[in-house]
Ligand binder design. Structure first.
Ligand SMILES: Nc1ncnc2c1ncn2[C@@H]1O[C@H](COP(=O)(O)OP(=O)(O)OP(=O)(O)O)[C@@H](O)[C@H]1O
Length: 312
C-alpha cells in the first residue's frame, strides 16, 4: 500500500508545564489544500512547527511520506516545504542568490540547483526579478519568493502559515491563485484566520481549539455544521403575518411589505411545505431561501462547544 503524504499519530507538545497540543491524529493522502483553523493560541503553529521538523514533539509521531520525522529528520524533511508566518527572507540577497542558498539548505543535488531555482521562479512568477534584491520587492512579491523557497526542492507537502497576511487585496488574490496552482501537484496545509480564504481555496478543513482537533471534514461539512433554521420568503401578494404561521413554523418576522423571515425547527421538509402552501394559497411566491449560517458563525459555534467541553 502507498504511504500517506503525512501521518500524525497521538501528537502532543508541552512547553515547560503547559500542554499546547494534546493527542492530535490526522492523515493527508491527497493533493490539494487543507485549511487549518483555530483561535489565537489554539495550537496551530505548534502543530505546523512539529510537522515541519522545526520543533520536537513531547509525544507522538509524524511520518512524512512514510518516513518517521523524529528518527530520520533529514530524509523526511526532503518532502516538506515550509513558509512560516514571517517569511525567512534574507533581504540583502537577490532572488537568485536567496533561492540558490535555500536549494543548498534543502540538499538539492548540486547539478540540479540551477534548474530547481529556475523552476521555482517560473512557478511563482518571479523570473523577471531574478537579479532584484529582496528588500526592493513589494510585499506580494516577497511572499512569492517565500513560497518559491518552500517549493524549490519540489516537496510533496507544503505548509503555509497565514501566507496572505499583510498583503493588499490584489496581492491576496494573486497569492491565493499561486497557492491553488502549487496545490495541483502537492498537498498544502494552509493556516489562516480568513474564512473566506478557506472557502475560496480549501478542499478540507481541520480545526484545532485548546490544543485538540475539534473538527475534521470537507468544506461542505463545515458549511453545514449548523443546521439552518430560518427561511427568507418573498411574496407578491402576502397574507396577514399570522397566516404565515404554517405547520412547522415557530416564528414570523416581517422584514418589509413583501419579505419575511420564518423560523422553523430544522426539519428539512419545512421549506418544501411552505413553498407548496404559498402556491396553493395563491400568495405569488417570488423567492424562498434557506438561510445558512456564515462560516464565521460555524467557527464561533465550534469554538464555543470546545470551550464548554473544557469547562465541564
Ligand atoms: N515558545 C513557547 N513557550 C511557551 N508557550 C508557548 C510557546 N509557543 C506557544 N506557546 C503556547 O502554546 C499554545 C499554542 O500556541 P500556538 O502558537 O501553537 O497557537 P496558534 O494557534 O498558532 O496561535 P496564533 O493563531 O495566535 O498564531 C498557546 O497557549 C501559547 O501561548
Amino acid at each position: 500500500m502507498e504511504n500517506s503524504i503525512v501521518k500524525v499519530e497521538h501528537l502532543s507538545h508541552r512547553y515547560s508545564v503547559q500542554w499546547a497540543i494534546r493527542d492530535i491524529d490526522f492523515e493527508i493522502n491527497q493533493r490539494g489544500i487543507l485549511g487549518l483553523l483555530g483561535s489565537n493560541g489554539a495550537g496551530k503553529s505548534t502543530t505546523m512547527n512539529i510537522i515541519c521538523g522545526v520543533l520536537k514533539q513531547t509525544e507522538g509521531n509524524v511520518y512524512i511520506n512514510g518516513i518517521n520525522l523524529r528518527e530520520n529528520p533529514v530524509e523526511a524533511k526532503k518532502n516538506v516545504g515550509f513558509l512560516p508566518q514571517k517569511a525567512p527572507l534574507h533581504l540583502d540577497f537577490t532572488v537568485d542568490e536567496y533561492l540558490t542558498y535555500c536549494a543548498e539548505l534543502h540538499m538539492v543535488d548540486k547539478t540540479r540547483i540551477k534548474a530547481a531555482v529556475d523552476e521555482a521562479k517560473e512557478r511563482c512568477g518571479i523570473t523577471h526579478f531574478s537579479k532584484r534584491v529582496l528588500r526592493n520587492l513589494s510585499g506580494g512579491y516577497q511572499q512569492r519568493v517565500g513560497i518559491a523557497q518552500a517549493i524549490v526542492h519540489n516537496p510533496k507537502f507544503v505548509v503555509l502559515d497565514e501566507p496572505t497576511n499583510g498583503l493588499d487585496p490584489n496581492q491576496i488574490v494573486e497569492v491565493r491563485h499561486l497557492i491553488k496552482e502549487i496545490a495541483e501537484e502537492r498537498s498544502v496545509l494552509l493556516s489562516t484566520h480568513i474564512l473566506s480564504e478557506v472557502q475560496a481555496t480549501c478542499r478540507e478543513i481541520k480545526m484545532i481549539e485548546n490544543g485538540q482537533m475539534i473538527f475534521s471534514g470537507t468544506i461542505e461539512q463545515f458549511d453545514n455544521y449548523i443546521q439552518p433554521n430560518t427561511l427568507l420568503l418573498e411574496l407578491d401578494t402576502p397574507p396577514m403575518e399570522c397566516d404565515l404561521m404554517l405547520p412547522g413554523i415557530s416564528k414570523v418576522e416581517t422584514l418589509s411589505e413583501r419579505r419575511f423571515r420564518l423560523r422553523y425547527d430544522g426539519d428539512q421538509d419545512t421549506a418544501k411545505r411552505v413553498a407548496e402552501q404559498c402556491v396553493t394559497r395563491g400568495w405569488g411566491l417570488i423567492e424562498l431561501v434557506i438561510e445558512k449560517s456564515s462560516l464565521d458563525a460555524v467557527f464561533a459555534q465550534l469554538s464555543k462547544n470546545a470551550a464548554r467541553g473544557k469547562r465541564k
